[in-house]
Design a protein around this ligand. Structure first.
Ligand code: MRU
Length: 373
C-alpha cells in the first residue's frame, strides 16, 4: 500500500546487502524511518520493541530472523568440512536464538507458526545454498501472507457491498487497533475488505478506535487510511458503544492475534468490550484473519498466554512538540501503579463471522475444520 504515493511492503529483503529492511513503526506517524535488520538479535529486538508489530508481520519478521541466524551461524563454520574455525563458535547459537524469537512476543501465534515452518523447511537442508534457501522461505511466507490478505479483502468486500446495496449510503465501519497493512505484509486483514470496497467505489467511513495504551489505531490505522484517501475519524476507545446505540456503525471488523479452533479470538485489549457492545446493538462483528493465525492446539481460551507489557506504555505518552521533536511525557501521578495487559479474548458467540483467505465462515470448530482441515 502507499505512503506518500509510493508503494511499500512492511518488510523486505535487500539482496545486494544481504539484510532485511523494515519500516520502524514506533516512530509513525511523525517520522518515516526505514531500518536494517542485520542479525537475528536485530529481528528479536524489532519484535520486542514493536518496531514491527501485528501478528502476520511479527511472523514474517521471525521467519527472516531464522534466516539471519542461519546466515550468522554459517559465517562461523567452514561450509565444506563442518569444522569449527572460531574458538568462540557456539554450536547452540541457532537453537538459543530461535527460543528467544518465539518468546519475544507470546500472544500472536504467527510467531511460533513461522519459526516452526522455517525449522521444518530447513531441517534436512545442508550445503552452500542453505542461506539462500532460508531467505527464500522467509520471502515465500511474506508473499503468501500478501496473497492471503488480498483474498481476505476480496471475500470481506462482499459483506460491505451487501450493506451498501441495502443502505445506498456511506458504510460506517468500526475497527480496533491496527489490523491494517502495517500489521501484515500488505493489504492488512481487517482493512483489506475496506481497501477493496474503496477501490470498487463504495463510499466508506471508518471509525478508528484510538487503542490505548500504544494508540495503534490513531497512529497507524488512521495514518494508513489517510494515505489511501479513505475517510476516517479517530474516537476514544470508549466511544464505540454510544455510536452503535445511535445507529452510526454498520459493522465492526477487527483482526486477531490468535484464533482458537473453537472460534474464540484473541486480539488487542478492548476488542471484547466492542464485541459486547456490537452484540447488544445488533451490529455485525467480523474478525478477519489468515489461517496462520489459527491455533489448532489450545482449546480453552484461558490457556492463551496474554502478554503483559511495561506499565510505562500507560503512564507515558509520546508525540511531537511545537518544534516537531518527538517527546515522551509522564501523564500519571508518579506514585500510581498501572496494569498493562495487551490482549483480551472475544468468545465465539459474539463473532458474526470469520473472514479468511478461503471465504467467510462461522466462528465455530465445525466451520473452521470444514474450511481448513
Ligand atoms: O500489539 P500489536 O500492535 O502487535 O497488536 C496488533 C493487533 O492486535 C492486531 O489486531 C492483530 O495483530 C491482527 S493484525 C492483522
Amino acid at each position: 500500500m502507499k505512503i506518500e504515493n509510493k508503494e511499500y511492503r512492511t518488510i523486505w529483503f535487500d539482496e545486494a546487502n544481504q539484510l532485511v529492511k523494515i519500516i520502524d513503526q514506533t516512530k509513525l506517524p511523525h517520522q518515516f524511518i526505514i531500518k536494517d535488520l542485520k542479525t537475528v538479535k536485530d529481528a528479536i529486538n524489532a519484535i520486542k520493541t514493536m518496531e514491527v508489530r501485528g501478528a502476520p508481520l511479527i511472523g514474517a519478521t521471525a521467519a527472516y530472523g531464522v534466516a539471519l541466524a542461519i546466515k550468522e551461524d554459517e559465517k562461523d563454520i567452514t561450509t565444506n568440512s563442518g569444522v569449527c574455525l572460531d574458538s568462540e563458535y557456539d554450536p547452540n547459537f541457532i537453537k538459543k536464538n530461535l527460543e528467544d524469537l518465539v518468546q519475544s512476543r507470546p500472544t500472536a501465534i504467527n510467531l511460533k507458526w513461522a519459526v516452526d515452518r522455517m525449522v521444518k523447511k530447513m531441517s534436512d537442508i545442508t550445503g552452500s545454498k542453505i542461506v539462500d534457501i532460508a531467505f527464500k522461505e522467509a520471502k515465500d511466507i511474506c508473499d503468501e501472507d500478501e496473497k492471503f490478505c488480498e483474498n481476505i479483502g476480496i471475500n470481506g468486500m462482499k459483506i460491505i457491498e451487501e450493506i451498501y446495496n441495502k443502505k445506498k449510503d456511506t458504510v460506517n465501519i468500526l475497527t480496533h487497533c491496527n489490523a491494517g497493512w502495517l500489521a501484515t505484509i500488505n493489504w492488512g486483514t481487517a482493512t483489506s475488505p475496506i481497501y477493496h470496497a474503496h477501490k470498487k467505489g463504495i463510499p466508506i467511513h471508518v471509525w478508528v478506535d484510538e487503542t490505548r495504551p500504544r494508540n495503534q489505531g490513531a497512529n497507524l490505522t488512521s495514518y494508513e487510511l489517510n494515505e489511501e484517501g479513505i475517510a476516517n475519524t479517530i474516537i476514544a476507545d470508549n466511544t464505540g458503544g454510544i455510536l452503535m446505540q445511535r445507529g452510526d456503525v454498520d459493522m465492526c471488523i477487527v483482526g486477531t492475534d490468535r484464533t482458537l479452533s473453537t472460534g474464540d479470538i484473541c486480539n488487542k485489549i478492548g476488542t471484547y468490550l466492542k464485541a459486547l457492545a456490537a452484540h447488544d446493538n445488533n451490529v455485525p462483528f467480523y474478525v478477519a484473519l489468515p489461517s496462520s493465525t489459527i491455533d489448532w492446539n489450545i482449546k480453552n481460551f484461558k490457556d492463551i498466554p496474554i502478554e503483559e507489557r511495561n506499565s510505562e506504555e500507560l503512564s507515558h505518552i509520546e508525540g511531537i512538540d511545537e518544534d516537531n521533536k518527538l517527546k515522551k511525557i509522564l501523564i500519571y501521578p508518579k506514585k500510581s501503579k498501572a496494569l498493562n495487559l495487551a490482549f483480551d479474548v472475544t468468545p465465539a458467540k459474539y463473532v458474526t463471522g470469520l473472514i479468511t483467505e478461503k471465504g467467510i465462515c462461522e466462528a465455530s470448530s465445525d466451520a473452521l475444520n470444514k474450511m481448513f482441515k
